[in-house]
Design a protein around this ligand. Sequence first.
Ligand code: HEM
Length: 433
Amino acid sequence: MNNDKSDHKPTRRRFLARAAAAAAVTPVVSTALAKGALDGNRCDAHAPLAQGTRAEPFYGRHQGGIATAMHRNTYFMAFNMSSSDRSQLIALLKSWTAAAAEITQRNAHSPSDTDESAVPHDSGAATGLLPSRLTVTFGFGPTLFEKNGEDRFGIAKLRPAALADLPRFPGDQLIPERCGGDLSVQASADDPQVAEYAIRRMASAAYGIADIAWAQSGFCSIAKPKETPRNTMGFKDGTMNIRTDDADTMQRFVWVGDEGPAWMQCGSYMVIRPIRIALEHWDRMKLGFQEQTVGRHKNSGAPIGKVHEFDDLDLDAVDSEGNPLIAENAHARLAAPASNDGAQILRKGYSYDNGVARFAERWPPWRQAVTFDSGLLFQCYQRDPRTGFTRMFEKMSRFDMLNQFTTHIGSGVFACPPGAKEGEYIGQALFSA
Ligand code: HEM
């Protein structure tokens, strides 16, 4: 036991030791520590400690940030290569891998720059902050393989068939400045500044090799242990998602298998769609209509006509007049595996809020107004987007009642290779194939 007077200094070890001591006598805090601080994003309203603070492993079979429990914050950034030099691309992937391996594992981010005559090697914005479960996930867009008919990096032949360009969907209002990208990097953490710090480290390593194409940060509310977070429309979002601890389902729908190519096995394809939500319009809708639109009750998250969130979504249930309880064009019906030949995707949506902007309102359409510039940074991982996102959204984009309130304004599809082993860099197998 250290009796030094400086013992009152709040170091992380003492902080956790005190929390653990308190946990021994307070069951509520003990649960929060076990299920929250040490276990990820489970949060207990009674325990401010519950935010995930530990480090997530970087090296491994899969990249972090895919099967990892939802973080509170994310920062997505797409880059376009300004260099056409294959060796510079490889050098960038090596430096990104090394930086991600370092910053995800640093315990309390500490200042490492002391030379006043040199430019610091990073912003210093995470100095003293906890690892916050930081993950950094990398992806390769279709244009990395071939752009305007040009095979800049000698990998055009290695483009997987599953990395197909997404079709244009009815209702798409895509802004070119929020679409595509040769490379994607996503930093997610339980502290917004750690995510921002990480993405700036990556952007700074790309200087002179790749330019920022577009970016979007986002957040996710995490309520109580084992509860499904609500989105900004007020509905529980994620009830019927794939469980990441269900290895069989993850292998069947999320991780690339023998169908290859070999360099993508154990990786996954990510579709990202910033979706603007007309929140003012939504907020003026009657509760019953909101629930019909989603196909679920707002408070409980239960399917219409049921009581509990995880009650079966019975698509055949009818009311006393024989009308379907869950409307034919309700979001939950159109998205359900039963409506899509059994297709499933791993959804990882984060809400975004970019302040306000002047938009032509969806209703009434003649109204020009300053409104919330916010929505859902929709994101999903799958083994093949053609049988995942595209299969599902073809029908939803035409019939979903939710479309009255949502507009897809950006789009991207990226091949996220498997995780790296120590000593390797992310995507190495692609460049040695
Ligand atoms: C702003 C846009 C969107 C919002 C606010 C939203 C919201 C929701 C909500 C509240 C649920 C019900 C709770 C749940 O099961 O998680 C849900 C379910 C679901 N959504 Fe969305 N969603 C959006 C866009 C999309 C898109 C673009 C897709 C895919 C193409 C999608 C796929 C799904 C799936 C697969 C389910 C689960 C269906 C089931 O298995 O029963 N969502 N969504």
